[in-house]
Design a protein around this ligand. Sequence first.
Ligand SMILES: [Zn+2]
Length: 322
Amino acid sequence: MNQTSDNLREKARSVQSVTGPVDHTSLGVTDAHNHIWIDAIPGADPSAPVLNEYQKIVSELKAYRSAGGNSLLDCQPGGCGRDGRKLAALSIDSGVTIIASTGFHRRKYYPPDHWLFTASENRVADYLLTELRDSLKECRAEKEPVRAGFIKVALEGEWNQTPQAALEAAAGAAAETGALIEIHTEKGTLAEKVLIYFEDHHIPPWQLCLCHMDKRPDFGLHSEIAKYGALLEYDTFFRPKYKPEEGVWPLISQMVESGFGTSIALATDMAEKEMYETIGNGPGLASLPRDIRARLEEKQIAEKIIRGLLGENIARRLAGNL
Ligand SMILES: [Zn+2]
């Protein structure tokens, strides 16, 4: 083992869940990108999803747990519907480990005058660092701190529409804390550009997770990204629009067969309540440990690789542990 990996291993941290630090090896089956609470935001785009039926969400999380799910990353950052108090209560009431995000989503999910999109880099960086180290903004008066466990950023379809000061701040906060950055891409657009951007900001590839990449199921691109060292998140399993039988499923087979099984994290990204089983009769959160796992087994993918796809790959990176 060389000096660099020794240093990295020493730096391996615990993962910051909404109820406190947990060892990454205890996360188990982990949905790498989901949404379990979204308040209505006055003034936001009418298409902005809302998830606020507490008891049904608790039942949904319990079903996730009964099916073998253990943890999930909540990808709704502050200001566009996150409520850390609800996330903590949902975690306690369901037994599911929840990891909250700081950062920013697409602009259309916020009120038109939200501070984050005109703030200086320093102000946004302070906000991100405080949420990672001390407490989420809405939880500062709580007895128990609720911290963010990763940084979410959202790219718009065009680079210059993405808030540059906020992106700079995210790079700075990631460099300072070692936190994982989950990057929303518009159907995989700008994936190459954002990797170069963070490389120029000295963020190592293992700190980067590119989301929704199976909406651009280009094996050549995915294998290059995997070789570079960034994580690819896939979540179109229950979105017929993206033809999962022609897109994500063959892509998983090809990536695994090519030895990139440790570079992928699976998720169901159920921001729309129609996707929830308890609220909208959809596939539900339990579909990841139940249906997706069954399909991976059917494909005769090795158990070790399945465990990576369903949690260990994202868990290690959340902990800064290669
Ligand atoms: Zn999402």
